[in-house]
Design a protein around this ligand. Structure first.
Ligand SMILES: [Zn+2]
Length: 506
């Protein structure tokens, strides 16, 4: 049996000005994503979705090929030529295979299509009607009818931070092969609720998502169902953004519908717990200093969550760092700032040089009324690196992290600011350690992250203080204008978005 395994993964923040071109889909820093044996070599044995697919398919003795492995960090809408390149590669594989295993995100928006994954799947089915297609999606997927109607089965991550990508793929692939050999007859139903859970409240260590995901696993325990609850990605402003559920059962429509309805009911009942209330920055920093002065070890994490890469941030807004410096916080390691211009300037100056840089705020953010301003900083170039390190957390096992050319800028007060050339979310302590900085020994770590930092940093932290800054991942949804998401929707329209407005899609 010939199986195509492919990835086309991007979480699109429609408010983000960060350009999503084809080169961004190459984690190796090439002009295009890897394909073929090169791609298989990169992902085989890793804790990625592709790693999970490869493991099961090869165990089944399938003849596997990989038309493309394209994954980009979250950013603005995907450029049309990039989408067409990736979609063409996958659609061209349709006549060449007996079935397809896809690693998609579920919140891809392109310049021309609000539903990038739906469009890809539609084209696949048009090119090859009836082709069996299994799809794994991120928990931040915004499901659509187009996706569900053009896939054989769909499943999603059950953890956030996403530490089960390979397991998700294995779960999908195992039942998919059961289907291909005639032992599993998938019937799939889906639905959504008129609610936009806040990203800061979507963690699976937090309620209500912890209980919701536990319930999925109970429903799946017999091994003949796939049930997924997606918390959705509110910063992809499309009609179907928000919380959704998909359920796949073995020939039993009523069973699938029951699981879907139960989960949508439970999620709706817990909607108030999915709301996040930001705290004024000055109060957060005062709290951070009080905690740092108390007994006990470990760094206090200052979480700059309005501007994280993993939600499409520019990773260069300056409000939180400016306040940290104004307040005179000492012994701070900062990850990080995406500023290739400043990196270049510091590389030219060389290690040991004193430099003055205009850090950050390089990319205008038209979606926000107020933009950041660059920070004028004078310090010493402490270290220059190519920014590559082997992943040190299980979530990225086997993969190489690539921050691009990276500089540590040392400021007075023992403040080390890491300036990078490729957008990188700080979830792996290797982003500090590979640069000679031991995060556990610092008084403060300032991280541009929302939830993924928990993977590698939460256990070492004395406390985490969530700080409201600025950015296109703003946690204050009144700062951006939602134009496309269906209305009314909770909590944008307050508590009056009645349950009757919620009509599960059949
Ligand atoms: Zn996600």
């Amino acid at each position: 049996m010939r199986i195509a395994i492919a990835m086309m993964s991007h979480e699109t923040n429609t408010f983000s000005p960060v350009v999503t071109d084809l080169a961004r889909f190459s984690r190796q820093g090439h002009s295009a994503p890897p394909a073929g044996e090169e791609a298989i070599g990169i992902y085989r044995g890793t804790a990625s979705c592709l790693g999970g697919y490869l493991e099961v398919a090869e165990d089944q003795g399938a003849d596997v090929f990989m038309p493309i492995a394209a994954g980009a960090p979250p950013s603005g809408p995907v450029e049309d030529d990039a989408f067409e390149f990736m979609a063409d590669a996958i659609v061209a594989a349709a006549p060449e295979c007996d079935a397809m295993l896809l690693d998609l995100h579920g919140a891809m928006v392109t310049r021309s299509y609000d539903d990038g994954e739906g469009e890809l799947l539609r084209r696949l089915r048009e090119a090859r009607p009836g082709l069996p297609i299994a799809v794994s999606l991120d928990m931040h997927a915004n499901l659509t009818e187009l996706m569900v109607n053009n896939a054989t089965l769909i499943t999603g991550y059950q953890t956030y931070p996403h530490v089960d990508m390979d397991e998700t793929a294995r779960r999908a692939a195992r039942l998919f092969f059961e289907h291909l050999t005639g032992r599993f007859d998938p019937v799939m139903v889906w639905g959504n609720a008129p609610m936009l859970p806040h990203v800061m409240r979507q963690g699976t260590d937090d309620e209500p998502n912890k209980t919701l995901q536990k319930r999925l696993r109970e429903l799946e325990a017999d091994g003949d169902m796939l049930v997924s609850l997606f918390t959705g990605f509110p910063h992809a402003d499309i009609h179907d953004a928000g919380l959704c559920v998909v359920a796949v059962a073995n020939g039993d429509m009523a069973l699938a519908e029951g699981a879907r309805d139960e989960l949508l009911d439970s999620a709706w009942a817990g909607r108030e717990q999915f709301v996040y209330q930001p705290e004024p920055l000055e109060e957060s920093l005062a709290r951070a200093q009080t905690i740092a002065a108390e007994d006990g070890g470990g760094p206090v994490i200052i979480l700059d969550h309005y501007d994280n890469t993993a939600s499409g941030g520019t990773m260069d807004t300056t409000e939180v760092l400016a306040a940290v410096l104004d307040e005179g916080l000492k012994d701070v390691a900062v990850f990080g700032f995406f500023d290739p211009d400043s990196v270049q300037q510091m590389v030219e100056a060389g290690v040991g040089s004193e430099v003055t840089v205009q850090l950050g705020a390089k990319l205008p953010m038209p979606a926000l009324e107020n933009n950041s301003a660059p920070l004028t900083l004078t310090g010493r170039v402490k270290l220059i690196s190519d920014g590559r390190f082997p992943a040190t957390v299980a979530m990225s096992r086997g993969l190489t992290m690539n921050m691009g050319t990276t500089v540590v800028l040392h400021l007075p007060g023992e403040v080390d600011v890491i300036v990078i050339s490729r957008h990188t979310e700080p979830f792996d302590p290797g982003c500090f350690r590979s640069l000679g900085i031991e995060p556990t020994e610092r008084t403060y770590l300032m991280l541009k992250s929302r939830v993924h930092y928990r993977v590698g940093f939460r256990d070492m932290a004395k406390a985490v203080v969530e700080c409201a800054g600025r950015g296109v991942c703003t946690s204050d949804y009144s700062e951006v204008t939602f134009e496309k998401v269906r209305r009314p929707i909770y909590p944008l329209d307050g508590v009056n978005a009645d349950r009757e407005d919620w009509l599960p899609v059949e």
